[in-house]
Design a protein around this ligand. Structure first.
Ligand SMILES: Nc1ncnc2c1ncn2[C@@H]1O[C@H](COP(=O)(O)OP(=O)(O)OP(=O)(O)O)[C@@H](O)[C@H]1O
Ligand SMILES: [Mg+2]
Length: 498
């Protein structure tokens, strides 16, 4: 066995996260690791890589028990992790090539005089092997999009001898096509004998890619089976402890009156956008990464300039110079990039959730009414089942999916008229996803206009009343009812893009 975990336990204070986890990964095998938000998947990853020490139990590599003091030790044994919050490992000001070779630069390209030319060539060929020749190896990493940054991280892992690769929700930032490219790489590595642990909340991916699946629940292995011998229903049941019947509890609440109206909207990467979103309607926007849909949402929230065009909310013209204008117009926005702009890492969970509504809880003398703040945040957090040791814990101590729920909670609290969401359920487990959909139902029942950007096609199709597709900055199709299908969204999104 390439990797064997034997009775691994790990606690954070009172919170015992792993309570005796045992499973194996063979050479050339893809093992999917699944489980609810906070089940301990990322923690297990950090135990394997030496970023955390287990409290008890063993990590055995090729038959030999190991204790890595740090990730460099694991790396020397050919173990690489692409972390969920992978950007913490990238240096935004360094070039792509420098990031890929940040750890082996001296060894490979000269101690005193680094051969930048050779390093760039090497980086270029690594990226080309990943089908990512479009990335400029000399560009600072910080100027790349999220998907490209992740490819840089993957290139870094594959640029030297690799025996075990752990991918923690790698497709969260990727669109359909980029995900396919990633799967090809994973299969190629597997065929070369690399062992892969693949963490994901997307069951479609797991069933497409994995040879075996391991489900964690309550700190133990709840299911460990070859993929051919199980099905999605059984996996979900193992994850949540009981059967889930309705993933997409879609309610149709669309009314006649238009809440959000955009005419001739043009910005950095989109042009001539006309949109009407009705009260209680969910308008989905399909398209590939870079098609302009994310940029459109940012412009509608005052984060990017709207070069021309008009925006109305409930019939009143709105000027969107900054976020403050947007919030005043009761527009809310769930960012796809919670690390960079969604959450304040230095603040508690509770402070993050109440950040956008502090004013509502502010009384005479500018004093925040803490009790009211507590009640409001507590209520929405329990509705969304934000799993946290305490409301006062640092938001960074939450698991990835729970951070996403906290972000969503923050904007629900503002009582918006227009809710713009970009990948709102990224990294969120199946149970909490359904919870987010229910909240969307409640909001639409109250007449909120919702715009949903999602790369999760089943979600986009199931939760939208109507969808438009963007391609190269323009709206190219609109569909509803029977016309709205994954196939039709994909076709319109990809035409001429191959
Ligand atoms: N450094 C830390 N300090 C305190 N608690 C932590 C720390 N890291 C993780 N935890 C807690 O451990 C539990 C498991 O978190 P982990 O990140 O492993 O979950 P996960 O399965 O990866 O979830 P997700 O699907 O949301 O990414 C959570 O309750 C989390 O709050
Ligand atoms: Mg995680």
């Amino acid at each position: 066995m390439r990797l064997r975990l034997q009775d691994v336990t790990k606690s954070f204070g009172e919170n015992s996260v792993l309570r005796g986890v045992t499973f194996e990964v063979g050479p050339g095998e893809v093992v999917a690791l699944a489980g609810e938000n906070g089940a301990g998947k990322s923690t297990l990853t950090r135990v394997i890589s030496g970023a955390h020490q287990p409290d008890a139990g063993q990590v055995v590599i090729d038959g030999e028990p190991v204790t890595f003091k740090n990730p460099q030790g694991a790396m020397a044994r050919g173990i690489e992790v692409i972390y969920q919050e992978f950007r913490q490992n990238l240096f935004p000001h360094l070039s792509v090539a420098e990031n890929i070779h940040v750890l082996d630069r001296e060894r490979r390209f000269g101690r005193l005089l680094v051969s930048r030319k050779r390093m760039a060539e090497e980086a270029r060929s690594t990226l080309a092997a990943l089908g990512m020749d479009g990335i400029d190896v000399l560009a600072p990493v910080g100027t790349l999009g999220v998907a490209e940054q992740q490819m840089v991280e993957i290139a870094k892992a594959t640029s030297h001898e690799l025996r075990l690769l752990i991918l923690d929700e790698p497709t969260a930032a990727l669109d359909e096509r980029e995900s396919e490219q990633l799967f090809e790489q994973v299969r190629r590595l597997r065929d070369e004998g690399v062992s892969i642990v693949y963490i994901s909340h997307r069951l479609d991916e797991i069933f497409e890619l994995a040879d075996r699946i391991v489900v964690l629940r309550d700190g133990l292995v709840a299911l460990d089976t070859p993929i051919a011998e199980t099905g999605p229903a059984q996996v979900v049941a193992a994850m949540v402890g009981n059967a889930v019947d309705d993933f997409y509890p879609k309610e149709r609440n669309a009314r006649e009156e238009v809440v959000l109206r955009v005419r001739g909207g043009s910005g950095t990467v989109f042009q001539g956008v006309d949109l009407d979103v009705r009260a209680g309607e969910v308008l989905g926007i399909g398209g590939v990464v870079g098609c302009g849909r994310s940029s459109l949402l940012r412009a509608l929230f005052g984060l990017e300039p709207l070069a021309s065009g008009t925006v109305e909310v409930d019939g009143a013209p709105v000027r969107l110079r900054n976020i403050r204008d947007a919030i005043a117009a009761r527009i809310a926005y769930v960012t796809p990039d919670r690390q960079a702009e969604g959450l304040c890492p230095d603040l508690s969970v509770e402070a993050n959730v109440s950040l956008a509504t502090l004013r509502m809880h502010t009384g005479p003398g500018d004093l925040v009414r803490r009790t009211r703040e507590r009640e409001a945040t507590g209520e929405v957090m329990s509705r969304l089942r934000v799993r946290t040791a305490s409301p006062e814990s640092a938001v960074t101590s939450l698991s990835g999916g729970n951070q996403q729920k906290a972000l969503f909670a923050k904007w629900v609290l503002t009582g918006p008229r227009v809710l713009l969401m970009d990948e709102p359920t990224r990294g969120v487990d199946v149970g909490a996803k359904t919870e987010i959909y229910r909240i969307i139902n409640q909001l639409t029942a109250d007449g909120v206009a919702v715009v949903l950007v999602s790369s999760d096609l089943p979600e986009l199709v199931a939760m939208s009343d109507r969808a438009v597709v963007m391609r190269q900055g323009r709206l190219v199709a609109e569909m509803a009812g029977d016309q709205l299908s994954e196939q039709s969204v994909l076709e319109h999104a990809l035409v001429g893009a191959a």
